[in-house]
Structures are given as structure tokens and as C-alpha cells.
Design a protein around this ligand. Structure first.
Ligand code: FPP
Length: 267
């Protein structure tokens, strides 16, 4: 078992080195590694504007956005970052035109069909944050299967937020804790931050350190409200389909030079 994991890690490193474009950021010293975020969140904004700018329909924007996403996932995994959370479809996105919603649903199927083998080989653990059961049957089946197939993987935790809302996540956590209290399994006076964290989709994962929202919009839009409490925010102007590994490296380096105090004072 242990040997299998070591071999898989070796294999991943060889693949990673074969794939890495020359310009990508590679922390060399222990100090540089320590300045990387443990958990990155990304709001992939600007697909619609990208499509408009190129006179395409919005679905083409989302498709191009998925291409950008593949590269960012791969790079995050190679850097050894623990968790990447991406906002792919919010509980509010159902309000969009039916054709756009259908295109996004189709992209989910295509994304998993084309990526699951590589992600699994890369030791990525896929988690779906959000209400999977509110999605169409085909998508639901694919998502449950991806989670089950990768659940023992020990590399990057890839949290894909689908039919997700931060308030909805917190409401579900409250319901869970209230249920435990009603069944006398929990004393309400004992509820602390750790218990709330453990009732979220992200149970056991580090808090979000860095939140990137592309396209210049500066909003959190109901994305991982609890986990982002102390995150550093970056708002690059680039539209998501144009966001490259180089832009990502710049964001990671900018994060590394931020002075984080978590409400305290610098020593
Ligand atoms: C926001 O851009 C983006 C979305 C609502 C969807 C993002 C989804 C993907 C990139 C691909 C799907 C992911 C998977 C895992 C298959 P927008 O359309 O709101 O942009 P705009 O503000 O310019 O209109």
C-alpha cells in the first residue's frame, strides 16, 4: 500500500516535470514553499464578456473558460498546494437563460469525461461542494462517480462548487448541528467554531488563504463565506478564459509578499 503511494507520487512528479511550461513558478527554497497558500479559491468570472468581445455566444466563453481551468488545476497540483476551490455554478446561476444553463451542464459532462483519468492519475481528490441532488440525473451520476473514484487520492483536494451557495452551506451546517442537539447527541453550549467548520463541505481542510476573482469584479458573491474569513483577495482584470498559468504565478507571488496578521499585530 505504502509502496503504491510512493510509486504514484514518483510517477506524478515525472509527469509534472514533463508537463511544466518553462516560465512556471517553481518554489525552490523551503521558505518559498512556505509562502505558498495552502488553499486557493477562484471565482472564474468574465466568460460572458470574453465571448462578447470575440463575437461568440456565451457558451463558447464557458468552453474557453474550461480550457483555462484545466491548466490552472494541473499547475496547482504540481505546486503541491493542498486545496483548490473553484466556483463553477452557483445556486443563483439557475436564473440564467435556459440555453446557457444547458451549456454549462453539458460542459460538466465533457469536463469529467475528458479529465477524470488524468486527475485520478495525478492523485487529485475531487470533492463536489453544493447540492448534487438538485442537478440533472446524468450530471449527478458523473459527480458521485468522480468523488468515489478519487476518494483515496492523497494529492490536491479539488473542490468543485456546483449548485453551491455559501449561505446555503452554512444553513445546512446549522441544520446538522441542530439535529444533533435535538437528538441529544450534542449540547448547544458546546458548539464552537471547529464544530461549525466540521459541518461544512470543507470539513478537515485548511481555511482559504487566497481568493482570486478574475475580470476586475470585486465581490464575494456567496462563495465560501466561512472559509474565506481571513483570505487575501486578488482581483486581476483579465477575463477568466484569458487567465494563464503566468497570471496565476503572479497572483501566488503577490500572495507570498502579503503581510497576514489575522487580526493581531506584527511581532
Ligand atoms: C462566470 O462568468 C462564470 C460562470 C458562471 C461559470 C464558470 C464555469 C466554467 C469556467 C466551466 C465549468 C466548470 C466545470 C468544472 C465544467 P460570467 O458568465 O458571469 O461572465 P460575465 O460576467 O462576463 O458575463
Amino acid at each position: 500500500m505504502f509502496e503504491r503511494i510512493i510509486n504514484k507520487l514518483r510517477f506524478n512528479r515525472a509527469r509534472a516535470e514533463a508537463h511544466l511550461p518553462h516560465h512556471t513558478y517553481k518554489p525552490k527554497t523551503r521558505e518559498e514553499f512556505e509562502r505558498l497558500p495552502r488553499h486557493v479559491g477562484i471565482i472564474m468570472d468574465g466568460n460572458g464578456r470574453w465571448a462578447k468581445k470575440h463575437h461568440y455566444n456565451v457558451s463558447r466563453g464557458h468552453r474557453q473558460g474550461t480550457e483555462a481551468l484545466r491548466e490552472i488545476i494541473r499547475h496547482t497540483s504540481h505546486l503541491g498546494i493542498e486545496a483548490l476551490s473553484i466556483y463553477a455554478f452557483s445556486t443563483e446561476n439557475w436564473r440564467r437563460a435556459p440555453e446557457e444553463v444547458a451549456a454549462l451542464m453539458q460542459l460538466i459532462l465533457e469536463f469529467f469525461a475528458s479529465e477524470i483519468d488524468e486527475l485520478d492519475a495525478e492523485n487529485v481528490h475531487i470533492l463536489i461542494f453544493g447540492d448534487k441532488d438538485g442537478l440533472p440525473e446524468k450530471q449527478r451520476a458523473v459527480l458521485y462517480e468522480a468523488e468515489a473514484r478519487t476518494q483515496d487520492n492523497t494529492g490536491l483536494k479539488l473542490n468543485i462548487c456546483l449548485n453551491y451557495g455559501g449561505r446555503d452551506e452554512l444553513t445546512r451546517a446549522c441544520r446538522k448541528l441542530a439535529q444533533a442537539a435535538a437528538e441529544k447527541r450534542l449540547d448547544p453550549a458546546q458548539i464552537d467554531e471547529r464544530m461549525v467548520s466540521d459541518a461544512l463541505y470543507s470539513a478537515g481542510q485548511p481555511d482559504m488563504d487566497l481568493m482570486i476573482r478574475t475580470s476586475g469584479e470585486m465581490r464575494l458573491s456567496n462563495f465560501m463565506l466561512w472559509q474565506a474569513a481571513y483570505a487575501e483577495f486578488l482581483f486581476p482584470k483579465v477575463l477568466w478564459p484569458d487567465f494563464t498559468v503566468r497570471d496565476y504565478d503572479e497572483a501566488l507571488e503577490a500572495f507570498g509578499s502579503r503581510d497576514r496578521r489575522f487580526g493581531g499585530r506584527k511581532a
